[in-house]
Design a protein around this ligand. Structure first.
Ligand SMILES: Cc1ncc(COP(=O)(O)O)c(C=O)c1O
Ligand SMILES: [Zn+2]
Length: 423
């Protein structure tokens, strides 16, 4: 029997350690168990999520909060004093009206939720902030993750800021910028000869053997995952406290997409927005599209694949939340679609050219998927739509590096400029 603080059910938690969260709930059989460092149901081994007993929460309470995810602190599994412990303070990224892109796609009203503006330039800062709080409350000594890249950045940075030892595991063939922007924060970075699914399996094994390790997306995953709800809260608040009709979200493990749905549902239940229909669409790269394939085949089972795509941040061949993505997209009248690497590159260029937003490959996947969904008539161009850019293009420069460059190289003279025929 391990004595790990992360596996010992007798660990005592301080009062209010998880705010208004009250229990862990099985996503399969709905059995409940007390809050603790657990991620699998004791009854059926299904994945656990956080259950709450929310107080009355008003728009004014939220609006009076800080300009980061902690404005939604009452809706998250974190203590009331969360803002006083060092963390990355992610969130409240811009929601931009994308009229140029809308015009190009023949859409009426389109927004880009640009999460590249987070401290380490992806949405992962949101989920990692939640995992960090849980790791602190559980008394963990090591902050760790398997990662497709962006999570590595976020964990290494948050651990540095919190003064916690970090160990980050990545596939050996990750984009160089993502390696550098992880290693720079110190901590231990381990490159593994294998793909993400191999790295993830290794992490689960280590989590089972080592004491005191908080693997953000493995053994504290229920807490971690809640961070993605803040994307839903922000979009609704930034639209003036209402839900968008359609949302397009990239899918790797699928966690983010399912938590945006959970977040919208909570806002309605709390009376913070009016109930209104919404459709959630998932976006994958064709070279790693197990959820899209299941959606199209009408299957409930997601068959694992071996990823082969430039969208490395989305390259999870065996996605933990895949079946729940199918549930959400089918229930809300959305869809899951996939696009080729060439379409991903074109998607990055299209968003940059029309809106001045440089997305990483995941954003290219999402914009290209939006385009395809409009062209195939699955997404209604007349209805208000939000498309997510979840990461920064500077991290995946190679994806577009050979498509763009100077129009000409000239001598430094006016004559050379005019004779180049550029304008
Ligand atoms: C930039 C970016 N967007 C989206 C995702 C997908 O997240 P999820 O695993 O929650 O589906 C990832 C996952 O690594 C990512 O790095
Ligand atoms: Zn269960």
């Amino acid at each position: 029997m391990s004595t790990s603080v992360l596996t010992d059910s007798t660990t005592t938690l301080r009062d209010g350690a998880f705010g208004n969260a009250t229990e862990l709930v099985c996503r399969e059989c709905r059995a409940t168990q007390p809050l603790g460092p657990f991620y699998a149901c004791q009854e059926c081994f299904g994945p656990l999520e956080i259950g709450y007993d929310f107080p009355q929460v008003s728009r004014a309470d939220i609006e009076a909060g800080p300009a980061n995810i902690w404005r939604y602190q009452q809706l998250l599994p974190v203590p009331a004093d969360i803002t006083s412990s060092p963390n990355m303070e992610p969130g409240f990224t811009r929601l931009i009206r994308a009229d140029n892109l809308a015009r190009e796609l023949g859409m009426r009203r389109l927004w880009v939720k640009d999460d590249s503006g987070n401290p380490t330039h992806s949405f992962k800062d949101r989920v990692v902030a939640m995992a960090l709080s849980a790791a602190r409350e559980f008394g963990s000594t090591v902050f760790a993750c398997p990662s497709t890249g962006n999570l590595a950045n976020a964990v290494a940075a948050a651990g540095a800021r919190a003064g916690m030892k970090t160990v980050v595991f990545i596939p050996h063939d990750l984009e160089r910028p993502k390696v550098v922007t992880t290693a720079v924060y110190g901590g231990t970075l381990v490159a593994v000869n294998g793909n993400y699914d191999d790295v993830n399996r290794l992490a689960s094994e280590i989590a089972g053997e080592e004491d005191g390790w908080a693997f953000v997306n493995v053994n504290v995953r229920p807490y971690y995952a809640e961070g993605s709800k803040t994307l839903a809260y922000e979009v609704a608040e930034q639209l003036g406290w209402r839900l968008p009709r359609q949302v397009v979200i990239p899918v790797a493990s699928g966690s983010q997409l399912t938590k945006v749905d959970k977040g919208f549902g909570e806002l309605v239940r709390l009376g913070l927005v009016d109930e209104a229909p919404y459709s959630i669409f998932g976006a994958q790269a064709a070279g790693c599209s197990p959820v899209s394939a299941a959606f199209k085949d009408g299957r409930d089972v997601v068959r694992p694949v071996k990823p082969d795509t430039i969208a490395k941040s989305l390259a999870i061949g065996n996605p933990a939340d895949g079946p729940y993505v199918l549930d959400v997209t089918r229930r809300t009248g959305g869809a899951v679609e996939d696009v080729t690497d060439e379409e991903v590159r074109a998607g990055i260029a299209l968003l940059a050219r029309t809106e001045g937003v440089f997305a990483e490959t995941a954003g290219g996947v999402t914009v290209a998927t939006l385009k395809k969904l409009v062209e195939t008539g699955r997404l209604d161009p007349e209805e208000e739509t939000v498309v997510f850019n979840t990461g920064d293009g500077l991290k995946t420069l190679d994806a577009v590096a050979d498509r763009v460059g100077p129009a000409a190289t000239i001598e430094p003279s006016y004559e050379a400029f005019t004779s180049a025929g550029l304008v």
